[in-house]
Ligand binder design. Structure first.
Ligand SMILES: [Zn+2]
Ligand SMILES: [Zn+2]
Length: 102
């Protein structure tokens, strides 16, 4: 199940489960849209992959047993281990390659 993490790994902004600003890579690294577009240029600094919008888990159990209430956000806060400079250098080497060719 997708882990709904609490914050942007880079700027630490809150990304609650109903946020339309949350973006994830295939490893569920989680960043805000501003960081993805302006700093990361669609390059995950942890794995080099691209991002997509994080889907929003429904608040209402429209099917029995499945909703945000049944499977709440993880509450886990993650921060990327890379410095701003390391990220900028990494992004510069990868950003010109489309995600499907990385
Ligand atoms: Zn951010
Ligand atoms: Zn990643």
């Amino acid at each position: 199940m997708l882990e709904l993490r609490s914050n942007c790994e880079l700027c630490d902004r809150e990304l609650p489960p109903d946020s339309t600003e949350a973006c994830i890579c295939t490893y569920e690294c989680t960043f805000c849209r501003d960081c993805v577009e302006r700093v990361l240029h669609n390059v995950c600094p942890n794995c080099g992959g691209g991002f997509t919008a994080r889907p929003i888990r429904p608040k209402t159990a429209r099917r029995e047993g499945v909703s945000l209430g049944h499977d709440p956000a993880s509450g886990r806060r993650v921060h990327t281990k890379y410095s701003q400079q390391e990220i900028a250098e990494f992004v510069a080497t990868v950003m010109h390659i489309p995600p499907e060719d990385r």
